[in-house]
Design a protein around this ligand. Structure first.
Ligand SMILES: C[S@@+](CC[C@H](N)C(=O)[O-])C[C@H]1O[C@@H](n2cnc3c(N)ncnc32)[C@H](O)[C@@H]1O
Length: 264
């Protein structure tokens, strides 16, 4: 895999590092652990129910594999990934043997796991069903903003029904703001008193650690100005450049002014 290196994460599972982006695919504290804590644990209310899952940024499939391990009644998993080499390689990474066999079989017959190999911004436009669970695991926005625009997030929200649960590791202000703008209730995934991710749903009863009103107020500051990609076709640098201009021209208060006002 060109430009991609492997390393062993703290739970013993293999993680990947993209040299050209200088960005890790998986957390150093544990690739497998991360999949469970950020994507599976927050959605366990679906453990026994029939469930449809959308895995945005399949990579080498830790999130999908972990779902296969914990959910008893998976109807369908749609996986979006731009790099087919990673998808093919995913069956070689150490995991429960039976789960790797399921992935390998589905790579051929796409029985209940379907792979969409393209820019997720194109693939998502081909989807028109509602998913119970959505995993959103793109690289960080300062490296790849294209999958974090308010327009892409709106598209994700359009694939959710009232009780769907969306999960991501990304709790940066522009991403929270994009989620908030769709009308989703948003909450934190917490580990050892630290926020490690976000869950969102149209049903606020499904959200445990909701953001407070004061925290939501932070989304009205310059720092939280969203990435914009109206036609889902801009490059990363265009999105970043446009946001920079929008921030320069904005009359919103800065996050530090907001924090001062509320003595945070
Ligand atoms: C943080 S990694 C995902 C890790 C993955 N969930 C796993 O368990 O291995 C981000 C992934 O997004 C993919 N990616 C980057 N840009 C993309 C795009 N525009 N559309 C779809 N996938 C993309 C990368 O190839 C990479 O596999």
């Amino acid at each position: 895999m060109k430009n991609i290196e492997m390393f062993t994460t703290n739970d013993g599972s293999i993680g990947l590092y993209d040299k050209s982006l200088d960005e890790v695919f998986h957390s150093k504290y544990g690739a497998k652990t991360e999949a469970f804590e950020k994507f599976i644990e927050p959605t366990l209310i679906y453990q026994e129910k029939p469930v449809r899952i959308l895995d945005i940024c399949y990579g080498i499939g830790y999130n999908t594999k972990c779902a296969l391990k914990y959910f008893a009644n998976i109807q369908e998993i749609d996986c979006l990934e731009i790099n087919f080499e990673l998808v093919k390689k995913s069956i070689e990474f150490e995991y429960d043997e039976k789960i790797n066999e399921i992935i390998a079989r589905n790579l051929i017959n796409q029985d209940f796991i379907k792979f969409y190999i393209d820019d997720a911004r194109n693939s998502i436009q081909k989807l028109n069903k509602k998913y119970d669970i959505i995993f959103h695991d793109g690289f960080a926005p300062h490296k790849q903003s294209v999958l974090w625009s308010e327009d892409f997030v709106l598209k994700i929200a359009s694939l959710m029904h009232k009780d769907s649960i969306y999960c991501t590791y990304n709790h940066s202000k522009p991403v929270l703001n994009a989620l908030d703008k769709t009308g989703l209730a948003i909450g934190k995934t917490i580990k050892d008193d630290k926020t490690i991710g976000v869950i969102a749903s149209f049903n606020s009863d499904l959200i445990k650690n909701k953001y407070s009103e004061i925290e939501l107020g932070e989304l009205k500051t310059k720092t939280a100005i969203t990435f914009k990609d109206k036609n889902l076709n801009l490059s990363h640098s265009e999105i970043i450049e446009n946001r920079k201009k929008e921030i320069e021209e904005s009359s919103l208060m800065t996050l530090s002014q907001y924090k001062k006002r509320f003595s945070l």
